[in-house]
Design a protein around this ligand. Structure first.
Ligand SMILES: C[S@@+](CC[C@H](N)C(=O)[O-])C[C@H]1O[C@@H](n2cnc3c(N)ncnc32)[C@H](O)[C@@H]1O
Length: 355
């Protein structure tokens, strides 16, 4: 595997403990560090999270879209809502857009479709994984007047372009310290930039006993019903003949070969480092993992105002399009009584002068 300028860790993540982890309890950082100890990690935790993310997404890039159909099935409608909030703030000369953690280009595609290719004057697609970025280039090259693709944070930060709109979709939970990264990116954002942050995991869902109880009941029922579905059997059959290893297994091999660990890490360790702010069973479903929209707001600070937010998936990963009337009713009831407590949430922010 070759590495380019993207080898440089994101500078914002290099803060010393404990201030780098404002979203996580120190006991959870310690639990993750204790989990890592038997494998002899060779980097401090923040840099390890970034490196392992790169290796994981390098492996996942080849079939990311196939592995994550939920993104393209369920999120376009949500992005339409978010971009409708952003639209009135569009600059006369056209939007300069930054898609941070662009992956294969999902958010950029929504933005170009929704705002219109003639209204997007400049698009920057940034991803720490050059392999993901190549997939994005394949889709977005030539989509608007000016578009650039970069994996180098130094190149991005040195750029004179001030972006009016920043997008992240399902990215913040991969960053060691989302607040530090946001504050770093402020250098390349316009003074009144809009920030659409799509699809992040919510800790409020894990803390809501009723959502948890009903999600468990749903999973139990669905487990049996899904075996009646021919599609399920076809997928199982496909998996049986699929000889490729999982991105986590490939990343574990690559991380060991690169000398990031003294012992080859398990796939569980890799998954915890990749989805750094998402609860994993190994850490005992810690209360601090996942985000809370109100804590996020405090972490972003007075320089950012929340314009809009929406929480959804109150039954976890239940297949929304296939719920029967009973579960649709329960879902609607949870949404009404606990509007902020879905498993995922999206937000729109606007930058403002510090008060
Ligand atoms: C779950 S994918 C989401 C991709 C895309 N935004 C989408 O919605 O399909 C997370 C992306 O974040 C990128 N990523 C992870 N850590 C990053 C970091 N520290 N800086 C920039 N991008 C990062 C990964 O390479 C990956 O492409």
């Amino acid at each position: 595997m070759t590495y380019s300028a993207s080898d440089t860790p994101i500078p914002g993540a290099r803060c010393a403990r404990p201030w780098a982890w404002r979203n996580l309890l120190m006991s959870d950082v310690s639990a993750i560090e204790a989990m890592l100890q038997p494998f002899g990690p060779k980097l401090e935790l923040g840099s390890l999270v970034e490196e392992v993310n790169r290796l994981f997404h390098a492996a996942e890039a080849k079939d990311y879209d196939r592995r994550h159909p939920e993104i393209r099935d369920e999120l376009p409608a949500l992005w339409r809502e978010m971009l409708a909030v952003a639209k009135p703030y569009g600059p006369a000369g056209g939007w300069h857009v930054l898609d941070f953690g662009c992956g294969t280009g999902f958010a950029s595609e929504q933005i170009v479709n929704e705002l219109g290719c003639d209204r997007v004057a400049h698009l920057t697609c940034f991803d720490a994984s050059p392999e993901m970025l190549e997939k994005c280039r394949g889709k977005l090259q030539g989509a608007v007047r000016e578009v650039r693709f970069t994996s180098s944070i130094d190149e991005l930060l040195a750029s004179p372009v001030k972006h009016h709109l920043m997008a992240t979709n399902s990215v913040l939970h991969h960053l060691p310290s989302p607040y530090d990264t946001l504050h770093l990116l402020e250098r390349v954002l316009a003074a009144d930039a809009v920030y659409c942050a799509g699809h992040e995991p919510s800790k409020r869902y894990y803390r809501n006993a009723e959502c948890q109880r009903l999600a468990r009941a749903f999973r139990k029922e669905w487990k049996w019903r899904k075996y009646l579905s021919p599609g399920q059997w076809l997928t199982k059959l496909g998996d049986l003949f699929d000889r490729s290893s999982s991105p986590a297994a490939e990343a574990a091999e690559a991380a060991f070969a690169k000398g990031l660990f003294a012992q080859k890490p398990t796939t569980g360790i890799i998954k915890q480092l990749v989805d750094f702010h998402v609860p994993q069973s190994q850490t005992g479903h810690s209360a601090s993992l996942g985000f809370d929209v109100e804590t996020l707001e405090a972490g972003f600070g007075p320089g950012w105002q929340r314009l809009w937010s929406k929480s959804y998936n109150h039954l976890g990963e239940a297949p929304l399009g296939r719920l029967n009337a009973k579960w649709r009713g329960m879902l609607a009831d949870l949404q009404t009584r606990y509007p902020l407590d879905g498993a995922d949430f999206s937000t729109v922010w606007r930058r403002r002068d510090p008060v």
